[in-house]
Design a protein around this ligand. Structure first.
Ligand SMILES: *[C@@H]1O[C@H](CO)[C@@H](O)[C@H](O)[C@H]1NC(C)=O
Ligand SMILES: *[C@@H]1O[C@H](CO)[C@@H](O)[C@H](O)[C@H]1NC(C)=O
Ligand SMILES: *[C@@H]1O[C@H](CO)[C@@H](O)[C@H](O)[C@H]1NC(C)=O
Ligand SMILES: *[C@@H]1O[C@H](CO)[C@@H](O)[C@H](O)[C@H]1NC(C)=O
Ligand SMILES: CC(=O)N[C@H]1CO[C@H](CO)[C@@H](O)[C@@H]1O
Length: 332
C-alpha cells in the first residue's frame, strides 16, 4: 500500500518536474506576521527623499504600520506640518530577514501609496553588496504617473536582449548602474491598472516575480481581471508560473551572467517622498502643485492615501525543499 502510494506520487510528480517550474509555498506573510518576517530599516534614505525612516516601535506608536488578522498597512505620516529645516516626513522601510535565490514571490496588494511626491517600491536586493549583488525592482513608480515599471540594476556587463517575448515596453537595455544615471534596464507594464490611483480604484491586485537561474519574469493582474491564474487568486500551496502566460517583464540571462550579477537577496518595501526620481520629475506633466519638498513639508493631509495595504506576501521555492512556514503569530 505504502509502496503503491510512493509509485503513484512518483508518477504524479515526474511530469510536473519535467516542466521545471513547480514551486511550493515556503513563507506566507499576512497581518501581524509582517512584524516577524521583516525588520525595520531606520536608515537615511539612500535616494535622498524628504522622509525619515522610523524604527518598528515608532511606526506602531504613530500608526504608520498597522495590522489586523488579514491586513498590513504601511504609510507615511499625514498629520504633521514639517519644519522646512528639520527632518523629512516620517515613513517606513522594511527588509525581509531572509534572503532568496530561485523563488516566486507574490504580493497581494489592496492599495499602494498614491499622491504627488510619492515613490513606493517593492523590490529585492542585497544592500550590503549593492550593486554587485544586483537589484530586481518588482513594483515601482512616482507621482501617480503611468504604469508599473520593473527594472534590474547591476554591476557592468549585464545587458538585456532586444528580442524578448513580453507584454511590456523596455526603457534601456543595459542594466549597469554606472550608465544612464542608474536608470537600469526597465520595462513599462502595458496596463494602467498596474500602478497608482488606477490600481487602487480596482481594489489592487497581484504582482508576481519568478526568479530562476536563467530568467526573471514579472506579472501583474488587477483584482477584477478575468485571467488571474487560479494558483495565484486562490493562494495555493503550489504554483506553476509556466502556466501564467506572457509576463509583463522578461529579463533573460542571454547577455547577463546571473551568477556573477545577482546574489541571494532580501525583499524590501519602501515608501519615500521626492528624492532622486519622484523629486526630479515632480513637475514634468504631473499637474502636481508648487515644489515637491514644499508640498511634503506643508500639505500633510495630501498624504492620507500614501499607504500600502497588503493582503499577503507569499514566497515559493523549489518544491523539493518544502520548508513551509506561516508568519502569522501576533506581534507582542
Ligand atoms: C490606525 O490605522 C488604521 C488603518 O489605517 C486605522 O483603521 C486605525 O483607525 C488607526 N488607528 C488610530 C488610533 O488612528
Ligand atoms: C527572437 O526570439 C525568438 C524566440 O526566442 C526566436 O525564435 C527568434 O529567432 C529571435 N529573432 C531574432 C531576430 O533574433
Ligand atoms: C558565469 O560566471 C561564472 C563565475 O565566474 C562562470 O563560472 C560561468 O562559466 C559563467 N557563465 C557563463 C555562461 O559565462
Ligand atoms: C498644497 O496643496 C494645494 C492643493 O493641491 C495646492 O494648491 C498648494 O499649492 C499646496 N501647497 C504647497 C506648499 O505645495
Ligand atoms: C527611498 C528608498 O528607499 N528608495 C529605494 C526604494 O526602492 C528603489 C527600488 O525601486 C530603490 O532603488 C531605492 O533606493
Amino acid at each position: 500500500m505504502r509502496f503503491n502510494t510512493f509509485i503513484a506520487l512518483t508518477i504524479l510528480l515526474i511530469p510536473a518536474r519535467a516542466y521545471g517550474a513547480i514551486y511550493s509555498l515556503s513563507d506566507e506573510v499576512y497581518g501581524p506576521g509582517f512584524y516577524r518576517f521583516f525588520e525595520w530599516e531606520a536608515i537615511e534614505d539612500p535616494t535622498h527623499g524628504r522622509v525619515t525612516y522610523v524604527d518598528k516601535l515608532t511606526s506602531i506608536h504613530q500608526n504608520l504600520t498597522y495590522a489586523t488578522s488579514d491586513t498590513f498597512i504601511l504609510r507615511t505620516d499625514f498629520k504633521t506640518v514639517l519644519d522646512p529645516n528639520g527632518p523629512g516626513r516620517n515613513s517606513v522601510r522594511i527588509r525581509s530577514k531572509k534572503t532568496y535565490t530561485s523563488h516566486v514571490a507574490i504580493f497581494d496588494v489592496r492599495h499602494i501609496p498614491q499622491g504627488c511626491g510619492t515613490w513606493p517600491a517593492i523590490w529585492e536586493t542585497l544592500e550590503a553588496n549593492w550593486p554587485n549583488g544586483g537589484e530586481i525592482d518588482i513594483m515601482e513608480g512616482v507621482n501617480d504617473q503611468g504604469t508599473n515599471q520593473a527594472t534590474l540594476h547591476t554591476s557592468p556587463d549585464c545587458v538585456m536582449s532586444t528580442n524578448r517575448t513580453m507584454a511590456g515596453t523596455p526603457t534601456y537595455d543595459t542594466c549597469d548602474v554606472t550608465l544612464n544615471f542608474n536608470a537600469g534596464c526597465g520595462v513599462k507594464f502595458p496596463t494602467a491598472s498596474s500602478f497608482g490611483p488606477a490600481l487602487n480604484t480596482n481594489g489592487g491586485g497581484w504582482y508576481a516575480m519568478e526568479r530562476s537561474q536563467t530568467y526573471f519574469k514579472v506579472w501583474f493582474w488587477s483584482r477584477n481581471n478575468c485571467d488571474v491564474p487560479s494558483d495565484v487568486a486562490h493562494a495555493r500551496s503550489f504554483v506553476n508560473p509556466d502556466a501564467w502566460g506572457t509576463p509583463a517583464a522578461y529579463f533573460p540571462n542571454t547577455f547577463c551572467n546571473f551568477s556573477t550579477h545577482f546574489a541571494s537577496q532580501n525583499i524590501i518595501i519602501n515608501l519615500t517622498l521626492c528624492g532622486d526620481w519622484a523629486g526630479s520629475t515632480y513637475s514634468q506633466g504631473t499637474g502636481c502643485p508648487s515644489t515637491c519638498v514644499d508640498y511634503v513639508n506643508y500639505n500633510a493631509s495630501a498624504f492620507t492615501d500614501a499607504y500600502f495595504d497588503f493582503a499577503s506576501i507569499r514566497v515559493y521555492q523549489d518544491f523539493r525543499k518544502n520548508k513551509y512556514r506561516r508568519e502569522r503569530q501576533p506581534f507582542k
